[in-house]
Design a protein around this ligand. Structure first.
Ligand code: GLY
Ligand code: MN
Ligand code: MN
Length: 452
């Protein structure tokens, strides 16, 4: 789902110049003699003849903005006749009556900036001849076994004709290696889409916070989130997690059907996709609108850890600095509450906190919710640079029955997650429209008339 600024043909709101700029940049890195080949996402069946909603593959979208399946992008830097070739479906009035408009070959050139376009049915006849003119094939192996097989068959075809003087490329290079590094640095247009995505998701969290009360089912909160996403033309960027009571401690819970009771916490992890760009926000709050002393104590530890981690987001710092900060404050907080015992430095060194905080503090975010891009360069954590966007999402989870932990702490699961842009001199929290201070959450819930 593409967000409200897409037109009825699924064309993205980003200016076509942005896609052209990306193709140019990639082609500059490939240099003459290279050919890049990238297939569109296949249509996937959900059950029998029912299809999943179609969503273009992120790399393919990044380079084309083309939203149809059954397409192949080919880039051949320096080729005189055409550098950018798009194979795609032909126009078909009968099929279009059922499934909607297709760009066709004319549309690929006129609307999507292709230098040339051919019917997808001709790809086996045309592509081997294009590969033959090149020395290096840029292609990402291992994503689609079917397409891998097709690429291998084109190369085999060239090899088998070697005695007729046919040329075969010498090198295969991973296309994603170049592309994913480009995707890590967000342009102005991308940042603006990500801000919008985070703003809509934050509004969805506010709506959920306001409507939450004991006696509701988790799926009613889920419905609030979806309502807010859809009314802005967005869809979820992943299955929302709406976990109350014991479910707040299940990291990937998404059944979302439990009756929420007085005195429990609710953990909601939900984001949307606006014009292909993901948001990913978690908020945790009391079902009845008032934190109990134990819930509040754990919550404040996580919140402090999150602030401290966010404060480490700035150019020149390393990828792991926010995580180290979160670990330090979570360990100290758990020690202060008596949930961990021993010298702080030893607890950190031994990873004692991982009994309660068992995931990392964040991930890159962009076209994919867990976005592409290396976290290390060689053996070193990556240095943060302006334009990178990451999540900061520390948590503490204490399931019922946790050994050595008094019962009053059980079923408290807290995660607080924001989307953070690295700016020239620090950071910008894109998702700050969703409140996270205890007093602000309690006031919001009280105002909504949910607290007696
Ligand atoms: N919603 C998945 C994550 O937080 O990474
Ligand atoms: Mn996340
Ligand atoms: Mn999340």
């Amino acid at each position: 789902m593409r967000g409200s600024l897409t037109d009825s043909h699924g064309m993205t709101a980003l200016n076509q110049k942005e896609f052209a700029r990306r193709r140019k940049q990639l082609m500059r890195m490939m240099g003459p003699g290279g050919i890049a080949i990238l297939p569109a996402a296949p249509v996937k069946l959900r059950n029998r003849d029912v299809e999943h909603d179609y969503r273009q593959e992120s790399d393919f979208h990044y380079l084309t903005g083309f939203a149809e399946p059954e397409a192949v992008l080919v880039l051949i830097p320096g080729r005189k006749q055409a550098e950018y070739i798009l194979f795609c479906r032909e126009r078909d009035p009968l099929r279009e009556t059922w499934d909607g408009a297709r760009a066709g070959q004319d549309g690929a050139v006129a609307d999507y900036g292709a230098d040339d376009s051919f019917p997808i049915g001709d790809v086996d006849d045309i592509l081997p001849g294009l590969i033959e003119q090149c020395e290096r094939v840029y292609y990402t192996l291992g994503v689609s076994p079917e397409f891998d097989q097709q690429v291998v068959s084109w190369v085999q075809q060239l090899r088998s004709q070697a005695n007729r003087g046919t040329h075969t490329p010498q090198e295969f290079i991973a296309l994603d290696h170049l592309l994913h590094d480009m995707r890590l640095y967000k342009s102005r247009a991308e940042i603006s889409a990500m801000k919008k995505s985070a703003k809509i998701a934050a509004q969805a969290h506010v709506r959920a916070i306001k409507s939450c009360q004991p006696g509701m089912r988790e799926y009613e909160i889920h419905a609030d989130l979806i309502h807010e996403f859809r009314r802005h033309g967005c869809a979820p960027s992943y299955s929302p997690i709406v976990g109350s009571g014991p479910n707040s401690c299940v990291l990937h819970y998404n059944q979302n059907d439990r009756l929420m009771e007085d005195g429990e916490l609710l953990l909601v992890d939900a984001g949307c996709e606006f014009d292909y760009y993901a948001s990913d926000i978690t908020r945790t709050y009391p079902v009845n609108g008032r934190f109990s002393p134990e819930q509040k104590a754990i919550y404040e530890v996580v919140l402090k850890a999150q602030y401290s981690a966010i404060d480490k987001v700035r150019p020149g710092n390393h990828w792991n600095d926010p995580h180290d900060a979160a670990v330090k404050l979570i360990t100290a907080g758990l020690k202060d509450l008596g949930l961990l015992k021993g010298p702080l430095s030893k607890l950190i060194k031994d990873g004692a906190y991982s009994k309660f905080f068992m995931h990392r503090t964040g991930h890159w975010i962009g076209l994919d919710v867990h976005d592409v891009g290396d976290y290390k360069v060689g053996d070193e954590w990556r240095v943060l640079e302006p334009g990178m966007v990451l999540t900061i999402e520390p948590g503490i989870y204490i399931p019922a029955g946790t050994k050595g932990v008094a019962k009053k702490w059980w079923n408290i699961g807290v995660r607080i997650e924001d989307d953070v842009l690295v700016t020239k001199d620090g950071y910008d929290v894109l998702s700050d429209g969703a409140p996270k201070e205890v007093a602000v959450i309690e006031k919001l819930m009280a105002r909504a008339g949910k607290v007696a």
